[in-house]
Design a protein around this ligand. Structure first.
Ligand code: IMP
Ligand code: MG
Length: 177
């Protein structure tokens, strides 16, 4: 049992990921996508998704930072870039949550300048009501309302990424820190 208010259980998450994996396998049949993990938040989701794929693929890891600490947005920064030539490649970006859309739109603009064959997004969570920049998510794990959530890769002040479930926090006082 969890100490926190669980919004998605481990079982719910894993069963949805199997469906997403099946969909990605169908869509990328005959292709060898470059699957890009957006560190740090997507690491847990990425690890589960790639293990549901039976198509040939390669992996890349990038790190962008928009949220500094806590729940407020800071400036965008590219900390770790892809280190291969992506010209003509099919890119599948794996992200933890698309919130305002700023992180992904910044990153996609940057990728498109390098002439990939295609760019698609797979996000564990989509918060469409919070969007300020237009970003289309091709594969959505779950659509969620506006609350701040932790676990399954998502952090509050760098903590709680290891939780196998997703929990909502109303105030930092709820947290055992
Ligand atoms: P965007 O640029 O506003 O779309 O922000 C996306 C990033 O904000 C995600 O990759 C997360 O790191 C962070 N983020 C947004 N909402 C949450 C949340 O509820 N919990 C934890 N991190 C979040
Ligand atoms: Mg993130």
């Amino acid at each position: 049992m969890s100490k926190y208010k669980v919004v998605l259980s481990e079982e719910q998450i894993q069963s949805r990921i199997k469906e997403l994996g099946a969909q990605i396998n169908r869509d990328y049949k005959g292709k060898t996508p470059v699957v890009i993990c957006m560190l740090k938040g997507a690491i847990v989701f990425f690890s589960d998704v790639v293990r549901c794929l039976d198509i040939p693929l390669t992996m890349e890891f990038v790190r962008l930072s928009s949220y500094k600490n806590g729940t407020t947005s800071g400036d965008m920064e590219l900390i770790t870039d892809i280190d291969i030539d992506i010209t003509g490649k099919d890119l599948l970006i794996i992200e933890d949550v698309v919130d305002s859309g700023k992180t992904l739109s910044f990153f996609i603009e940057l990728l498109k300048k390098r002439n990939p064959a295609s760019v698609k997004i797979c996000a564990f969570l989509d918060k469409p009501e919070r969007r300020t920049v237009d970003v289309k998510v091709d594969y959505v794990g779950f659509r969620v309302e506006c609350g701040f959530v932790i676990g399954y890769g998502l952090d509050y002040a760098e903590r709680f990424r290891e939780l196998p479930y997703l929990a909502e926090i109303n105030s930092p006082e709820d947290l055992d820190m």
